[in-house]
Design a protein around this ligand. Structure first.
Ligand code: SF4
Ligand code: MG
Length: 301
C-alpha cells in the first residue's frame, strides 16, 4: 500500500462510490461493502494485527449472509475497541470494560439481533472480568471477540490479565509476577457454549471460528491471539511486527497436533494451542427470559 493511497483515504469526503476502481479498498467487494471507508485510515500502528481480526469478522458476517441492520457491534475502550468505528453496522462505543454490560442490555431488548462484543484483553478480563464470567454463566446469546495481545496497548503498555509471567510492561519493568488468565479455559469454566482460539497469522481459521461463534445460539468466545509490537514487543525485545507474526506461526499448534502428544509432552507444551474447545447446547438466556415472561403473564408459577 502506498502512502498516496493512505492520503487518498484520509481526504476522502462523503462520496465513497467515487473511489477509483484501482483503489486498494475495492479489491474485495465484501470489504468495500462493509467497511466505513470514509473513516480510514485507522488509528492502528502500521503492522498491528487488529486489522486482520477485523477482516476475519467482516468475512464471517458476510459468509452468514446477515443483514447489516441486524448486527450490532459493541466495544469498550482500547485499540481493539476502535474496530466497530470502521465497520458499517449498528455500533456502540462504550466505556472501558463495559462492552458486555451494554451488549447484555441490547441483547435482552432485541434478542433477534446478532450482538458481538469486541474487546481487548484488558477490556474483557480486567475491568470487564465480572461481565465476562457472568455473561458466560447466563449463556447470553452474544459473541465475545477477545483480541489478546497480552498488554494494554492504547494506554501505554501496562500489564494486563493475559501478560505472560516474567514479561515486561511499563508497570512491570522488572517482569510480571502475576500468572495470566487462560482465556478459553476461563470461558469454558464459566459456562460458555462455544469457545475457540486462533491467531492473526491463521486468518482463515479465525474466519471459520468466528462464523461458527456468531451462528451459535449461546455465549460464544473467540480468543484471537495478536501482538502489540509498539509496546509489548518493544519492551520485551521481540522485534518487528513481522517478527512477532512469525513467532505466532512458529509458536502455535493445532488442537489435533496437541491431542496426539504424549501426556508428558502435553504437560510440557508452551505453544499456543489453536482450536475449537467447546461447542455445546444449553438454554440461552433471552429464551429463558422470554419463557419466564410468558409463564408469569399466564398467571402460572
Ligand atoms: Fe496495535 Fe499496539 Fe499499536 Fe495498539 S498500540 S494499534 S495494539 S500495535
Ligand atoms: Mg491488549
Amino acid at each position: 500500500m502506498s502512502d498516496q493511497h493512505i492520503l487518498d483515504a484520509a481526504t476522502l469526503k462523503a462520496d465513497e462510490a467515487a473511489l477509483p476502481s484501482e483503489n486498494w479498498f475495492e479489491r474485495s467487494e465484501t470489504l468495500a461493502k462493509l467497511r466505513k471507508n470514509k473513516k480510514f485510515p485507522t488509528i492502528w500502528c502500521s503492522g498491528c494485527g487488529i486489522g486482520i481480526v477485523m477482516g476475519a469478522l467482516i468475512r464471517a458476517i458476510d459468509h452468514l449472509g446477515l443483514d447489516n441492520n441486524n448486527v450490532a457491534l459493541v466495544a469498550g475502550i482500547g485499540c481493539t475497541a476502535r474496530m466497530p468505528v470502521y465497520m458499517d453496522f449498528n455500533t456502540l462505543h462504550t466505556t472501558h470494560g463495559r462492552a458486555l454490560a451494554f451488549a447484555t442490555g441490547l441483547k435482552i431488548a432485541r434478542p433477534d439481533m446478532k450482538v458481538i462484543a469486541i474487546m481487548g484483553d484488558g477490556d474483557a478480563l480486567a475491568i470487564g472480568g465480572n461481565h465476562f464470567i457472568h455473561a458466560a454463566r447466563r449463556n447470553l446469546g452474544i459473541t465475545a471477540l477477545v483480541v489478546n495481545n497480552s498488554i494494554y496497548g492504547m494506554t501505554g503498555g501496562q500489564y494486563s490479565p493475559t501478560t505472560p509471567l516474567g514479561s515486561k510492561a511499563t508497570t512491570a519493568p522488572y517482569g510480571n509476577i502475576e500468572p495470566p488468565f487462560p482465556v478459553c479455559q476461563l470461558a469454558e469454566a464459566a459456562g460458555a457454549s462455544y469457545v475457540a482460539r486462533s491467531t492473526v497469522y491463521h486468518a482463515l481459521e479465525l474466519d471459520k471460528f468466528l462464523t461458527e461463534a456468531i451462528a451459535k445460539d449461546g455465549f460464544s468466545v473467540i480468543e484471537a491471539v495478536s501482538y502489540c509490537h509498539t509496546t509489548f514487543g518493544r519492551l520485551n525485545k521481540l522485534g518487528t511486527a513481522a517478527d512477532m507474526m512469525r513467532t505466532l506461526k512458529d509458536n502455535s499448534i493445532s488442537q489435533t497436533v496437541f491431542q496426539a502428544l504424549s501426556p508428558e509432552a502435553k504437560a510440557a507444551n508452551t505453544k499456543i494451542v489453536r482450536g475449537n474447545f467447546v461447542n455445546i447446547d444449553r438454554p440461552q438466556y433471552t429464551q429463558s427470559y422470554s419463557n419466564l415472561i410468558t409463564r408469569v403473564q399466564a398467571g402460572m408459577k
